[in-house]
Design a protein. Structure first.
Length: 458
């Protein structure tokens, strides 16, 4: 009886501890990783590193000099040589470790064994990146960071750089307009595309940038950000008037660049430029970011007259995509579907959009139109996005690389508030003044009635 009592006294706390760990792992994975997952995975890695590398085929036969030295100094068996391991650096989401490859190995060999390493060390995922020739870094992610997105505290930012999402390897996905000037973002209804667009506008609002919007859904997506927009078109008729103005602004900037290139004798080489970023700061025009929501509305036609207007708008969009980068004019094209069936010019416009972000789509053809020409293997990843995870997307570029990302939640009210607070940053562009949206005056909330103190009496 006493043994049973002792067993119950010991088993109760152990069961409670196990239940608490299971609850923390399901509901608070970051806390579970910091307290339990990190030390357990570290012990597994240190104790099984050599045998795991050998099982994964990441070892090579030792050199003759090493064999002779081991036999001369010890009696133990000479084992194959694994990659030299660096220090283990823990993070809030996993581990990082650098490996120096042995002669004859390449980073692709380690990347091919990432799934085996994940199971051997008990982590959620393993990602391999090349640091320099002969050195790779393993980023071990302890849990699914895309289930509940928490952006890192230290995020690289800067001018025309907006951190909009989190990658599946726990690094921030930063939209850099200087590096990738134009981008196509696709997504079905309730896929999180609007949330992605919301983060972009809120991130650019405090910066000295002109924001222009074309929202053919009567402005329901972009109208809340009107205090920060330099121009807004809410139907195809207004877009047909706005796009020529933007093209004219681009041509004027090219004239400014060419005037600056009137090279005089003795002009320093650093003053000769081919885009606005080489101009002196006092002469440099502000960048312009054009957001096009529901781009298919610009392509759809009902009459012959609409077809002529459509062709003109598509031509102007293509010109902005082809020539806008040097003039500091960037495109963010969004829609539910984008393909050749939209009409003439659609494929040509898509070819100019370097960046691609594909949220959940309704058919495989839409995913192929977004990612098939740059990363065919990413198409299936985009088609497997579940409706229960809005904001999850596949991001790629023309370099062929791609990764899963997820945008954190940002309410429409918070994004609109950021735009209202940044209304004073709207640059003065005379050409866009006729298209400046009307900002409704917010009603002043009635003050609470003042209650005067009453004297205390008996």
């Amino acid at each position: 009886m006493s043994d049973l009592t002792t067993l119950l006294e010991v088993g109760g706390p152990v069961a409670a501890l196990g239940g608490g760990a299971a609850y923390a792992r399901a509901k608070h994975p970051a806390a579970y990783w910091s307290t339990v997952g990190l030390p357990v995975s570290t012990v597994r890695l240190l104790s099984s590193y050599g045998s795991v590398m050998e099982a994964c085929g990441l070892t090579v036969a030792p050199s003759r000099l090493r064999v002779l030295a081991v036999k001369a100094m010890t009696q133990r068996e000479v084992r194959p040589v694994p990659p030299r391991r660096g220090l283990i650096r823990p993070t809030t989401t996993g581990l990082r470790i650098r490996l120096r490859l042995v002669p004859g190995q390449e980073p692709a060999d380690v990347a091919a064994s990432a799934e085996r390493l994940r199971h051997a060390w008990g982590v959620h995922a393993v990602y391999v990146t090349t640091v320099k020739p002969g050195v790779v870094e393993l980023r071990l992610v302890g849990y699914d960071v895309l289930r509940r997105v928490r952006m890192p505290r230290k995020i690289p930012g800067g001018f025309l750089k907006v951190p909009v999402a989190l990658r599946e390897d726990a690094t921030p996905f930063v939209r850099d307009y200087r590096t990738i000037p134009h981008q196509l973002a696709l997504g079905a209804t309730l896929s999180g595309k609007s949330m992605y667009l919301r983060h972009l506008i809120a991130g650019l609002a405090p910066q000295p940038v002109a924001l222009v919007g074309i929202d053919c859904k009567r402005g329901v997506e972009l109208a809340p950000f009107a205090p920060r927009l330099s121009a807004l078109a809410t139907d195809p008729e207004q877009a047909a008037e706005l796009l020529p103005v933007l093209v004219k602004e681009m041509e004027d900037r090219y004239d400014l660049i060419k005037a600056r290139q009137g090279i005089a004798p003795g002009t320093p080489d650093e003053e000769i430029t081919s885009d606005i970023w080489g101009l002196p700061e006092h002469e440099r025009p502000v960048p312009v970011v054009l957001f096009v929501d529901e781009v298919a509305e610009l392509f759809m036609v009902a009459t012959k007259k609409d077809e002529e207007r459509r062709d003109e708008m598509v031509t102007q969009l293509i010109r902005l995509a082809q020539l806008g980068r040097a003039a500091g004019m960037y495109l963010e094209v969004c829609g539910q579907r984008f393909g050749a069936e939209l009409g003439k010019g659609a494929t040509m416009l898509r070819a100019q959009l370097t960046g691609r972000v594909c949220h959940r789509v309704n058919d495989e053809a839409s995913a192929k139109m977004a990612l098939g020409d740059i990363a065919p293997e990413a198409v299936m990843a985009a088609c497997s996005i579940a409706p229960e995870r809005p904001g999850l997307a596949v991001a790629g570029d023309t370099s062929g690389g791609w990764s899963r990302i997820r945008t954190p939640y940002l309410s429409l009210g918070d994004a609109a508030k950021t735009c209202r607070e940044s209304a004073h940053v709207v640059p003065d562009l005379a050409a866009l003044k006729p298209f400046r949206p009307d900002v409704p005056v917010r009603p002043v909330e009635a003050a609470a009635p003042v209650v005067l103190p009453h004297p205390v009496t008996d």
